[in-house]
Design a protein around this ligand. Structure first.
Ligand SMILES: Cc1ncc(C[n+]2csc(CCOP(=O)(O)OP(=O)(O)O)c2C)c(N)n1
Ligand SMILES: [Mg+2]
Length: 573
């Protein structure tokens, strides 16, 4: 990783330098007295660009969105109040396997050593609460000291990158300006090498089964994207003519126009051909598969008993478990080892949402906008290379759209924290401003993190934001409380917000009530931020979303729970 210790450097500068060497070019966060000294070093050295956010929660979402497109992200917060605000986002990064480095400027070591009571603490004599809290949502954590800083900074950055998980670093405010000896060479991000014998035998076992199979298939979860093997898997599918399905958490990881792509596998909720290809495969290779109710059609998924489970650093095949093998090397090895096949006929490619909503196709321009017409129109709006975000809610209909090539999906399917998408949008825009970014969000989710729109405008980003104003939490009405007040929210003037958040904005705002209104909004050029507020009925919801909410209620409350009192929004028949 590095050569012998060398020149002295200040601890804070070393941390910033290492972040830069690891590919981090921007730091998100909120200033506070315990981190200002590091911010001053950032300013003086120009090592990274500071992106101040409106809240630490939003900064944590932004660092996550940034990491998804950049490979690694970072945020800086101040003691106590910062980490506890950011912990929801960091928990999400942990759940979704996103490498984020959360740095907290913390209580000076002097105060800890002397037991001085300080602000932004619990004032109970302990300084470890936040470090301890973060132990549960990170793959590593440390409080830096002049003795451990050189080692811990490298250890934690590398751990985040290798595990695709967040880490937490406390930088006491009185040590950032102290000199320490550090390794001479740059930090090298590299995976641990595989054990040669295990890799060879693991590859041979997979290749043998895969080539002998009559109906091999590949099932891809999000780790395939995180660990950079998506194009390798397509190469394997091409060579063996095997169909590939994804779990919804891995939407867009496999190019949806790839001839071997068969769509999303979600148990009973899958398209029949995808379900059949996966469940009847005589050799299924599953990559990073993590079953949850939301990724398995409420546990109706049924993988063949002999499924091979390949994970980031291990593989399960029948009775054998192979440790110390990297996913990349396993997949590359299998590609090399299997013979090329040419005769298997491709299965039909998954259909787009369009044909399932015929009423949307023929709606006349003055017709009131419906969800069906909305998603039908969105299918035509997507372009090659878009970055597409979804928040929790009826916007989940996005999963039913067929993405053009080279699109990236950003969503928090496992963790599902509403408002995530707005912060993630800021982060991913910062990582890849040259791409077109399109956010699909509901009014309820947007209200949680809406103020980050101001940072997006401040930095002249030009995303397209499609907000559904349906007066509240429609997806929740499908669980319980179809008409109850607790699912209603305040009716903001959403389309006016760009003006509120930036007086001189050139953003184009639209309030859409009819199909025709939507068509004119969609024809606006992408030379500035576009904000489209679409007003729809609170009981209008895509059928797959309602089915999922209804089933979720049975799981959450039991089959004889309160949802049975005819108090639940159901799919339109
Ligand atoms: C932080 C957080 N709080 C609460 C929830 C529960 N929740 C899930 S979806 C949702 C409502 C989303 O409403 P909206 O964004 O308006 O979408 P709609 O279904 O109305 O289109 C809520 C409150 C959550 N997922 N995350
Ligand atoms: Mg809503």
């Amino acid at each position: 990783m590095s050569s012998s210790p060398s020149q002295p450097i200040k601890i804070g500068e070393f941390l910033l330098r290492r972040l830069k060497e690891a590919g981090v070019r921007h730091l998100f966060g909120v200033p506070g007295d315990y981190n200002l000294e590091l911010l001053q070093q950032l300013q003086d050295t120009g090592a990274l660009k500071w992106i101040g956010a409106c809240s630490e929660l939003n900064a944590s979402y932004a660092a996550d969105g940034y990491a998804r497109l950049n490979g690694l992200g970072a945020l800086l917060v101040t003691n106590g109040v910062g980490p506890l605000s950011a912990i929801n986002g960091i928990g999400g990064s942990y759940s979704e396997h996103v490498p984020v480095i959360c740095i907290a400027g913390s209580i000076p070591l002097r105060s800890i050593e002397r037991g001085l009571g300080m602000h932004h603490t619990m004032a109970d004599g302990s300084y470890d609460h936040f470090l301890n809290a973060y132990a549960h949502v990170t793959t590593g954590h440390a409080r830096l000291t002049p003795r451990n800083a050189a080692i811990e900074i490298d250890r934690l950055i590398l751990a985040a990158w290798r595990e695709k998980r967040p880490v937490f670093i406390e930088l006491p405010s009185d040590i950032a300006y102290l000199d320490i000896e550090v390794p001479r060479g740059p930090l090298v991000l590299a995976e641990p090498s595989s054990d040669h014998e295990r890799l060879r035998s693991c590859v041979a076992a997979i290749a043998e089964r895969f080539s002998a199979a009559r109906s091999p298939a590949i099932l891809v979860d999000a780790d395939a994207g995180r660990f950079g093997v998506a194009s390798d898997l397509m190469e394997l599918a091409e060579k063996t003519q095997a169909p590939v399905a994804v779990i919804n958490t891995a939407k867009s990881v496999i190019d949806e126009t790839f001839p071997r792509y068969i769509g999303i596998y979600n148990g009973k909720a899958s398209e029949p051909h995808a379900r059949e290809a996966i469940e009847t495969s005589d050799c299924l290779l599953a990559i990073g598969y993590r079953p949850l109710e939301v990724t398995t059609g409420d546990f109706t998924a049924s993988l063949p008993a002999n499924t091979i489970h390949a994970r980031s650093y291990s593989v399960d095949i029948g009775d054998d478990n192979y440790q110390a093998v990297t996913l990349k090397e396993v997949v590359r090895g299998v590609i090399d080892a299997v013979p090329r096949l040419t005769k298997r006929t491709p299965r039909p490619v998954a259909a787009a949402v369009g044909p399932t909503h015929p009423d949307g196709l023929h709606a006349d321009a003055s017709a009131k906008l419906t969800q069906a017409a909305y998603w039908q129109a969105m299918q035509g709006y997507l372009r090659e290379g878009d970055v597409l975000y979804v928040d929790n809610g009826t916007s989940f209909a996005l999963f039913g759209l067929k993405f053009p090539p080279k699109c990236t999906f950003v969503g928090s399917v496992n963790w599902g924290s509403i408002g995530y998408s707005v912060g993630a949008l800021l982060g991913a825009l910062t990582a890849a401003p040259e791409r077109r970014h399109i956010l699909f969000v509901g009014d309820g989710s947007f209200q949680v993190t809406a103020q980050e729109l101001s940072t997006i405008l401040r930095h002249d980003h030009k995303p397209v934001i499609f907000l559904i104003n349906n007066g509240g939490y429609t997806i929740e009405r499908g669980y319980l409380g179809k008409t109850e007040f607790y699912n209603d929210i305040a009716n903001w003037s959403y389309a006016d917000l760009p003006k509120v958040f930036r007086r001189d904005t050139s953003a184009r705002s639209f309030v859409v009530k009819t199909v025709g209104d939507l068509q004119s909004a969609l024809s606006a050029p992408n030379d500035t931020l576009i904000f489209v507020e679409s007003i729809m009925d609170r009981f209008d919801a895509p059928t797959p979303v309602m089915n999922s909410s209804n089933k979720g209620a049975d799981l959450d409350y039991g089959p004889r729970g309160p949802q049975r009192r005819d108090n639940q929004l159901r799919p339109a028949t």
